[in-house]
Structure formats: C-alpha cells, structure tokens
Design a binder for this molecule. Structure first.
Ligand SMILES: O=C(O)CCC(=O)C(=O)O
Ligand SMILES: [Fe+2]
Length: 303
C-alpha cells in the first residue's frame, strides 16, 4: 500500500545538508527517531533523499511517497551491503578497509577503536565476566560450554558514555540503526581457550530462540573488534571461506550472518582458534567485543 508522508521543508534541508556532508544515512535515521519519528517513516524519508542524490534526480521538498513495506521487504532492507571503496565514513571517524571477502560481505577494518577505548572497555568488563554459556538445543537453557572456555559478559545497550559511543559507531559502520543492535558482548579467552565452529544467527531449535526471532528478527550482521594484540593463535577462522583474521588491537572483522534474501547463511560459520602461549610469555590472552545487529529493532526477553 502506498501513502503520502509529509514532512517540514526544514527537515528536508537538514537531511540533504547532512547527506552531502557525508553523514551516514543510519545516523540521520537515528537522530530522527530520537526526536520521536517512527523508524519506518524516518527510513522512508532518508532513503528517498539518498536515492535522489545517487540518481541525480530532484530532491523531495515536503513529502515522499511511501510504500509500506511488507515484513519480508523490511527484513531485506536490513541487509545493506557495506559501503564500497577503501574507507567507511561514520560520524567522527574514517575507517580503513584492509580486506574484503565477498561471499558473506566480510570486511576487515582498521582502527575501529583506539587503544584507550580498548583498555577502558576491558577494565569495565573484567569484574563482570562469567563463564560463557551456550543455549542447549534440547532444553533451550543456558549451559556452560565444555568446549568454549572463554569468559563473557554483556553491556546493556548504551549503558554508559563509552558503550553508547561504541554502540553508535558499530551500528553506523554496519549501516543499520542503533536500535537494531544487541548490547555489546565482551569475551576473554585465557591461554588455551578458543571456540568451536558456530553460527551467530539464531537456530530456531528451541523456544527461547524462536521467541527472540519473533521479537527482533534474525541476527543479520556481526562485528568482532579485537581489544588486544594476541602473541600467538586466537585467529577468527571462517572454514567455509578458507580465511582467517589475525587479532590486532582496535581492528575488527565484520560479516553478514544472513544472505541477501534474509536466510541464515551457512558460509558465515566461524570459530576462534585457541590462544597459544608464545616464547617469552607462558601465558597470553585474547579480548574481543562482539556486536550483533538484528533485522528489526532489538527487544530483549521480558524479565
Ligand atoms: O573471538 C572471536 O574471534 C570470534 C567471536 C565470536 O565468534 C562471537 O562472539 O560470536
Ligand atoms: Fe560468533
């Protein structure tokens, strides 16, 4: 169904100005949402301006024609490919692309976080670490994994100033509104720890996952940012792609968990190699922060 969506010309000027200055469309959608506009309406307006600028067509003045998207289309729209080119530009930061692997739109990104941010995030996470859990596919309960001997914790979305800044930066890099993000997860792998090959998309094999997908849609993108240099081991490996990413403080690997049709993509299978002790140091460790983005705004489970 199509309908006419009217807006104040001053809003149109604001959208145009920020887009031509290189602001990320998702950041504008976030700002409009925080002023009380519905997500779908904000996206429709920003999309119309992006489309007109890209095609060299006349810009909207005070209305756009809005095709109310079907659920399927909304899900598809949540799969923006990462921007092309050697740089991803987000508010306050130009992030260099070091490598791309096409099948799951994977990109290795440089200096997504700086050294002070990595140290501060580790300090905040450390006292809250607990043994990592996996969802038992039979019972749907969280169980401590025998294989994945890392420790982990979750921050609430935008729970403090640094976390909020990272939530916004990661969402903008992945081209989705910040509201689609789950709270950040920090993982700590002591020497010898890694994770076995797994998918980040939710397998609807238990009630908890089915309810989570119904609330917020699938996980569509993952970004893992390395918080320290790992002397040996600890690579993030992608067995179906035959590639591995070496941890380096502040760098990140970002990839799609679902394909362009919104279906979970088996090529996104990945694992963390075990952290190895290296010469000179009998212990080494790996710290990462993981950001997962959903197809729709994230709603956590009711308490
Ligand atoms: O530690 C890594 O390299 C990968 C982390 C990961 O797979 C996850 O958090 O789901
Ligand atoms: Fe993962």
């Amino acid at each position: 169904m199509s309908q006419v969506l009217r807006f104040a010309p001053a809003l149109g000027d604001w959208v145009r100005l920020h887009l031509v200055q290189g602001e990320a469309p998702s950041a504008l959608v976030d700002a409009m949402q925080s002023q009380g506009m519905a997500l779908a309406a904000a996206k429709a307006i920003v999309d119309a301006f992006c489309h007109a600028l890209r095609e060299g067509k006349a810009l909207p003045v005070d209305h756009v024609v809005w095709q109310e998207a079907s659920e399927a289309l909304q899900v598809q729209r949540a799969f923006p490919m990462l921007a092309r080119g050697p740089m991803l530009r987000v508010p306050g930061r130009d992030v260099r692309v070091l490598a791309r692997v096409a099948p799951i739109d994977l990109a290795v990104l440089a200096d997504v976080m700086d050294a002070d941010e990595c140290a501060a995030l580790i300090d905040m996470a450390r006292p809250r670490l607990r043994p990592s859990t996996l969802v038992d596919p039979l019972t749907g309960r969280d169980v401590v994994s025998a294989q994945r001997v890392s420790l982990g914790m979750f921050f609430r979305l935008e729970e403090n100033a640094l976390v909020a800044r990272l939530d916004q930066r990661f969402a903008a890099l992945m081209g989705l509104p910040v509201a689609h993000g789950e709270g950040l997860q920090v993982l700590h792998y002591p020497t010898g720890a890694g994770s076995s090959p797994h998918f980040d998309f939710l397998v609807p094999s238990n009630e908890a996952n089915r309810a989570s997908i119904a609330r917020s849609g699938q996980r569509v993108r993952t970004m893992v940012t390395y918080l320290n240099d790992v002397p040996a081991g600890g690579e993030t490996v992608f067995p179906a792609l035959g590639c591995a990413v070496t941890p380096r403080r502040g760098h990140a690997v970002c990839f799609a968990d679902c394909d362009a049709a919104g279906e979970p993509d088996p090529a996104s299978l990945h694992a963390s190699q075990a952290v190895e002790s290296s010469h000179g140091a009998d212990r080494s460790e790996k710290w990462v922060v993981t950001k997962w983005m959903r197809a729709r705004p994230f709603q956590s489970a009711p308490a």
